[in-house]
Design a protein around this ligand. Structure first.
Ligand SMILES: [Zn+2]
Length: 344
C-alpha cells in the first residue's frame, strides 16, 4: 500500500512538473527571482553503504548529488549560504536567482563523498558542523540510536520491543528506526542519553560501523580551503528550545567560538538542530553574532524574510527521479519552487 501510494505521489509530481513546464512556469528565473532558495542535504553515501544506513531518507548517493547540482547550475547561481545571501542582498544582482547548497551534521561522508562531487562541479557549499562532535568524533544521538536499534533488530535482541513500547512505537507502524528517532526528540537530553545507552547495551558493541564517523578539524579545514563555508550546528545537537539559558549560550555562542578558533575564519551561519527554534533561541543566535540562520521549514525566502529563520528545501534522492526511477528534473523543480502542496 505504501509503495503504491509513493508511486502515485511520484506520478503526481512528474505530472505537476510537466504541467508547470507546459505553462511556462517551470523556470526558477520566474518564481525564484529576488528569492533565496536553500537546498538541504545531510548524508552522501554510495549505494553499498546506503544499504547499511538505518536512516536512508536523509541520505543521497554521489550520483544523485551530481544530478541535483547539474539541475541547480542550469537554473540558479549556486554557492554557499553566505555567498548567496550576499547575492540576494545586492541590488545589482541580475543573473540567475541564487541557490545555496547546505549540508547538516558534519559526518565524515561529507568530506569523503560530497567533496569530490562539489569539486568536479565547481560548486561551493555550506557545511554545518557540531563543534563537540568534530572534537571528540562521537556520532550524533540520532545515528547512535538508529544503529543500536538496527543492530538489535538484526541480532534479534530480546528486550527491544519493551524499549520501543516505552517510546510509543508500535512494530506494526512501519520501520521502527525513524519512528523511534522521531519519538525520542520529545525526551530530555538526559532521558535520551539513558535510553540510547540501554539500546546500545541491548545491541551489543560495537554498533557503529567502521565506515562511519564525524569530520575532524583537519577535514573541516580542507573544506574551507576548497572555498566552502563552515557554519555552526551547535555544540552537541540538542533540541535548543528544551535547554536552559546557560546551555543555550554554550550551544550557540560557545560553538561559534570553538569553530572559529579551529578554522581561523568568522563563522557567520547557524543551523538549528532538528530545525527547532523559538524566540529565545533566535535571540541567542542573533546576539552571538551570526549573520543568518536556517530552519527546516519548507519554502524559499524573499528579501523581506528574517535572516534568522530562513526556510529551506530538504532534498531526498527520490525528488531527483521520475516514476521509472531515472533522473529527472520536473519533480525537483516543483520541490524547489517552495510551492509543493502539503510539503514539509
Ligand atoms: Zn542536524
Amino acid at each position: 500500500m505504501t509503495l503504491i501510494l509513493s508511486k502515485l505521489k511520484s506520478h503526481v509530481r512528474d505530472t505537476v512538473g510537466e504541467g508547470l513546464r507546459l505553462c511556462g512556469l517551470s523556470s526558477p528565473s520566474i518564481w525564484a527571482r529576488d528569492r533565496l532558495t536553500i537546498a538541504t542535504f545531510h548524508r552522501v553515501l554510495p549505494r553499498e553503504l546506503l544499504e547499511h544506513y538505518p536512516l536512508p531518507a536523509i541520505a543521497v548517493t554521489p550520483e544523485e548529488l551530481d544530478h541535483f547540482l547539474a539541475v541547480f547550475q542550469e537554473h540558479y547561481t549556486v554557492g554557499s549560504l553566505q555567498e548567496t545571501a550576499q547575492l540576494l542582498a545586492s541590488a545589482s544582482h541580475d543573473g540567475k536567482p541564487p541557490l545555496a547548497v547546505t549540508f547538516d551534521d558534519g559526518q565524515i561522508d561529507n568530506h569523503q563523498f560530497a567533496r569530490p562531487v562539489l569539486r568536479s562541479r565547481g560548486v561551493h557549499a555550506s557545511f554545518f558542523v557540531v563543534s563537540e562532535a568534530a572534537e571528540d568524533g562521537e556520532l550524533l544521538w540520532h545515528d547512535r540510536m538508529a544503529f543500536a536499534i538496527h543492530h538489535a533488530i538484526g541480532t534479534g535482541a530480546k528486550g527491544l520491543d519493551h524499549w520501543l513500547g516505552e517510546l510509543g512505537v508500535a512494530k506494526s507502524a512501519g520501520d521502527p528506526v525513524p519512528l523511534a528517532v522521531t519519538a525520542a526528540k520529545q525526551l530530555t537530553p538526559a532521558e535520551r542519553d539513558g535510553l540510547i545507552r540501554r539500546l546500545e547495551q541491548l545491541a551489543g558493541k560495537p554498533v557503529r560501523p567502521d565506515w562511519d564517523g564525524m569530520m575532524n578539524w583537519d577535514q573541516v579545514r580542507e573544506l574551507l580551503d576548497d572555498g566552502h563555508e563552515i557554519g555552526s550546528h551547535s555544540a552537541r545537537h540538542p533540541i535548543l528550545p528544551l535547554v536552559d539559558d546557560d546551555t543555550l549560550e554554550v550551544e550557540v555562542a560557545g560553538s561559534r567560538q570553538r569553530i572559529e578558533a579551529q578554522v581561523q575564519r568568522p563563522v557567520l551561519s547557524f543551523c538549528y538542530p532538528n530545525g527547532d527554534h523559538d524566540d529565545r533561541v533566535v535571540d541567542a543566535v542573533r546576539r552571538a553574532g551570526y549573520s543568518q540562520a536556517v530552519t527546516t521549514l519548507y519554502g524559499i525566502n524573499s528579501r523581506q524574510s528574517s535572516p534568522w529563520t530562513l526556510r529551506r528545501v530538504d532534498l531526498q534522492g527520490r525528488y531527483g527521479r521520475n516514476a521509472q526511477g531515472g533522473f529527472a528534473s520536473g519533480a525537483l523543480l516543483v520541490r524547489l519552487s517552495g510551492r509543493m502542496p502539503g510539503a514539509r
